[in-house]
Design a protein around this ligand. Structure first.
Ligand SMILES: [Zn+2]
Length: 306
């Protein structure tokens, strides 16, 4: 199982990754955790990262990729990994692909945990945390009137970045970052969207199925895509031609009906002739629709005066 996990804040990505890790014995590799760990253990890369962060700059991709390479070479990653928090852009995705090819462990899937935006907002804004034991609650599922931790009674608090005005911004940043990655991995045939709403167990089953599904070879994806595009196009074109012909006839009849009674028969014949004569159906529809449009225009100024 070699996967990248994509999911908005509040999508439940962390919970699901932990369950995949527990059941399948593949480590969850979070770029944030790797950085903190390397800094704490004062490894070469950790010391480099620390110096960069202390100067107020972002840690370079090279450092993060170095940390990922080290992490994936450990024995517990022999059966795969769940990458979380990396990549965040196309450059990083390409560097990651090169690294994984280099160590002979190419990605098998990119899972996108999909949750509606209003539900994300609800989950994040309702989140409360115990300052003592770190337990996470949600006001939506807490007993009414309860404000304390059920473990130790400590007063729960809301993280500053879970305030509603901040959440909106976080979700915007996530969407802007993720959209190009979704396109990128879709093109590569790796992306699998997983519905992230509903019971945790059901979501987990879907995640697992998506993670274990065999990758579709890139060649097959393109063949399928072109077949899918070509077949409907023909039928769509035929259906469109039919409906255009029908609507042209209908339009002609309407125009004819609105004409003065003596002219009715003549108009019908004329309209039919126009349709028959017209080489392209477009021309015919233009001719027949003009009188109707003109009538509508005339009535507008009257209505405005009132
Ligand atoms: Zn507590």
């Amino acid at each position: 199982m070699r996967i990248v996990l994509l999911g908005a804040p509040g999508s439940g990505k962390g919970t699901q990754a932990a369950r995949l890790q527990a059941k399948h014995g593949v480590p969850q590799v979070s770029s944030g955790d790797l950085l903190r760990d390397a800094v704490a253990r004062k490894t070469d890369l950790g010391l480099q990262a620390k110096a960069v962060m202390e100067s107020g700059q972002l840690v370079s991709d090279d450092i993060v990729l170095g940390l990922i390479r080290d992490r994936l070479s450990r024995p517990d990653a022999a059966n795969g990994f769940i990458l979380d928090g990396f990549p965040r852009n196309i450059d990083q995705a390409n560097s990651l692909a090169a690294l994984l090819n280099d160590i002979g462990q190419p990605l098998e899937a990119v899972l996108l945990l999909d949750v509606r935006k209003d539900l994300l907002l609800q989950r994040l804004a309702g989140r409360r945390i115990c300052p003592k034991c770190g337990a996470v609650y949600n006001v939506m599922s807490m007993a009414s009137g309860a404000t304390g931790c059920t473990n130790d009674g400590a007063e729960l608090y809301q993280r500053p970045d879970d305030k509603e005005e901040v959440i909106g911004k976080r979700l915007e940043v996530y969407e802007a970052q993720t959209r190009p990655l979704v396109e990128h991995y879709t093109k590569l045939g790796l992306l699998r969207a997983v519905a992230g709403e509903g019971e945790l167990d059901d979501v987990f089953e879907r995640m697992e199925a998506a993670a274990l599904a065999k990758p579709v070879p890139a060649g097959k994806v393109t063949v399928r895509a072109t077949q899918a595009k070509r077949a409907p196009l023909k039928t769509v074109a035929k259906a469109a031609q039919k409906s255009i012909k029908k609507s042209v006839k209908k339009g002609a009849k309407k125009v004819a009906a609105k004409a003065a009674k003596p002219a009715k028969k003549a108009a019908k014949k004329a309209a039919k002739k126009k349709v028959v004569r017209a080489k392209s159906t477009k021309k015919a529809s233009k001719k027949t629709s003009k009188p109707v449009a003109a009538k509508k225009k005339k009535s507008k100024p009257v209505a405005r005066k009132k």
